[in-house]
Write a protein that binds this ligand. Structure first.
Ligand code: LLP
Length: 428
C-alpha cells in the first residue's frame, strides 16, 4: 500500500485525497502516485546507503516510471538517473537534469543515441559490447572528448525471478560475458581506446528479486574481477554499480527484503570483499526502479460490466486493462485490488478484473478477492507504480491514462490524459 493510504467512511484515501472523488474528477483509468511515499523511498535509499557507505549513490532506473515531474523529484532528492535510450535522455534534458548524474544503458544504443548522450555530456555510458566500445570511442574522438564509461559484465548469477526479467545469467543478450574470459580480454581493449576512460564496472542480475544472497554473489564476482584488472592491467576500477532488482510486495503474503537489508548486504559485501582483495573501496552505486516507485502508485478504474459464469468465474470488467498494465498478461503478475468506495468492507468474492481490450488474455487481476462489485464502482489496483505507465500502449485506440500526484489533501495532474487527437496526430 502507498504510505498514506487510509480508509475514511468506507472510502480509500491516498495523500489525504478521496480516490472516489479523484476518479470522478479526472476520469478513469487513472494512474495515481502518493508523492510522500515516492519521496520517502528516494530518501530512504539515499540514507540507507550513505549511512553505511559514504561514497555511494542511488541511480533511479527511469524505465520503471518516467515523466518530467518524477525526473524533477529524483533530481531534487539527489539521485542520479539511468536512461535506457534517447527518449529517456530527452526527458532528462527537458527538465535540466544535471547531465553528469546521467547513466546511459542499453544493449543496442544506436549511434545517434550515443552521439546525443556524449554531446549532452552524460556522466557515464555503460558499455554493453565491444562493438559499442568502438562506436563510443569513435564518436567521443570526433567530438573531442574523453567519455567516462563502465563495462556491463554478465556475472553468471541466476537470480530467482521470472525468466523474462532475469538478466545476469550466462545466456543473456546483455553485457560482456565472462565465458572464455571474454570480458576480461575486453578490458584491455577499453583501456587501449583513446577517447574513453574506464571508470567502473556494472552488473544487473534481474528484477523483482527477494533473495539477497544473489546480490552478494554478484558483488563477489565483480570485486574479484576488479582485483584481476588491478593485478593484470595495473588499472584501478574506482566505481562499482551493482544494478537494481530489489523486489516489492505485490501481495500481502509477499515478504520482500527491505531497502535497509538490501543496503546492508550490498555495502557489507563490497566492504568485506575489497578488504579480502586488498582493494580501496570504490564508489558504490545501485540502480533501483521498481522498489523506488511501484508501491507509491495505484491505478483507478470504473466498473462497467459484470458477468458471472456459474461454477467458472466472475468477471468484473474495467475501463482499462492490458493497455495500461501489460504485466499480468506478460508475466502473470499478481496484484491486489480493492473497491475504493467500499474500502472498509470485507473482500468476499473471488473475481477476475478483466480489461476492455479485444483479447481473452486481457486481465489486470486474476481470481483475487474483492468486495461485491456493482456497476460504477471505482476499483483501485495497488502496486502499479513501476512498469505500468512506461509499458502502456494504445491498443484498441485506447488513450493512455493521466498521471496524478496526490499529497497533503491536494492532487495535481503531472501528465495529462491522452486525447483522440494525440493518438493519430503523427499520421500523414
Ligand atoms: N538497471 C538495469 C540495467 C535494468 O535493466 C533494470 C531493469 C534496472 C536497473 C531496474 O531494476 P528494478 O530495480 O526495477 O528491478 N518490465 C519488467 C521489469 C523489467 C526490468 C528491466 N530492467 C516488469 O514489469 O516486471
Amino acid at each position: 500500500l502507498p504510505e498514506t493510504a487510509e480508509v475514511r467512511d468506507d472510502h480509500l484515501f491516498i495523500g489525504g485525497v478521496d480516490m472516489v472523488e479523484l476518479a470522478r474528477k479526472e476520469g478513469t483509468a487513472l494512474y495515481v502516485f502518493d508523492e510522500a511515499d515516492l519521496r520517502h523511498r528516494m530518501e530512504a535509499y539515499r540514507e540507507a546507503f550513505r549511512s553505511r557507505y559514504e561514497n555511494s549513490d542511488i541511480i533511479y532506473a527511469s524505465k520503471a516510471f518516467l515523466n518530467k515531474e518524477v525526473a524533477r523529484i529524483a533530481e531534487a532528492e539527489g539521485l542520479c538517473l539511468d536512461v535506457s535510450g534517447g527518449g529517456e535522455l530527452a526527458c532528462a534534458r527537458s527538465v535540466d537534469f544535471p547531465m553528469e548524474r546521467v547513466f546511459v544503458h542499453g544493449n543496442n544504443k544506436t549511434p545517434r543515441e550515443l552521439e546525443e548522450a556524449i554531446s549532452a555530456g552524460v556522466g557515464r555510458i555503460v558499455l554493453d559490447s565491444r562493438i559499442e566500445l568502438a562506436r563510443v570511442n569513435e564518436i567521443a574522438g570526433r567530438l573531442g572528448v574523453v567519455q567516462d564509461v563502465y563495462m556491463r559484465i554478465t556475472p553468471g548469477v541466476e537470480a530467482d525471478t521470472h525468466e523474462y526479467i532475469r538478466t545476469g545469467c550466462e545466456d543473456s543478450k546483455f553485457g560482456f560475458t565472462m565465458r572464455e574470459d571474454f570480458a576480461f580480454k575486453c578490458v584491455g581493449d577499453v583501456l587501449a581506446a583513446e577517447n574513453v576512460r574506464l571508470a567502473g564496472l556494472h552488473c544487473h542480475i534481474g528484477s523483482q528479486i527477494f533473495a539477497l544472497h544473489s546480490f552478494r554473489e554478484a558483488a563477489a564476482v565483480m570485486v574479484e574481477f576488479m582485483a584481476r584488472i588491478r593485478d593484470t592491467y595495473g588499472h584501478e576500477i574506482t566505481e562499482l554499480d551493482l544494478g537494481g532488482g530489489l523486489g516489492i510486495a505485490y501481495l500481502a503474503e509477499h515478504q520482500p527484503s527491505s531497502i535497509d537489508d538490501f543496503a546492508e548486504v550490498t555495502c557489507s559485501a563490497v566492504r568485506d570483499l575489497c578488504a579480502l582483495h586488498n582493494l580501496p573501496l570504490p564508489r558504490l552505486l545501485v540502480e533501483p526502479g521498481r522498489s523506488l516507485v511501484a508501491p507509491a502508485g495505484v491505478t483507478l478504474y470504473t466498473v462497467g460490466i459484470l458477468k458471472t459464469l456459474p461454477g467458472i468465474r466472475k468477471y468484473v470488467a474495467i475501463d482499462g486493462g492490458m493497455s495500461d498494465n501489460i504485466r499480468t498478461a506478460l508475466y502473470h503478475a499478481d496484484y491486489e485490488p480493492t473497491i475504493a468506495n467500499k474500502a472498509g468492507q470485507p473482500r468476499e468474492e473471488i473475481v477476475t478484473l478483466c480489461g476492455k481490450h479485444c483479447e481473452s488474455g486481457d486481465a489486470v487481476v486474476i481470481d483475487m478477492p474483492l468486495q461485491k462489485a456493482d456497476l460504477g464502482d471505482i476499483v483501485c489496483v495497488f502496486g502499479t507504480g513501476a512498469y505500468n505507465m512506461t509499458m502502456a500502449s494504445n491498443y484498441n485506440g485506447q488513450p493512455r491514462p493521466a498521471v496524478v500526484f496526490v499529497r497533503d489533501g491536494a492532487s495535481r495532474v503531472v501528465t495529462r490524459r491522452e486525447t483522440y487527437e494525440d493518438l493519430y496526430q503523427r499520421d500523414l
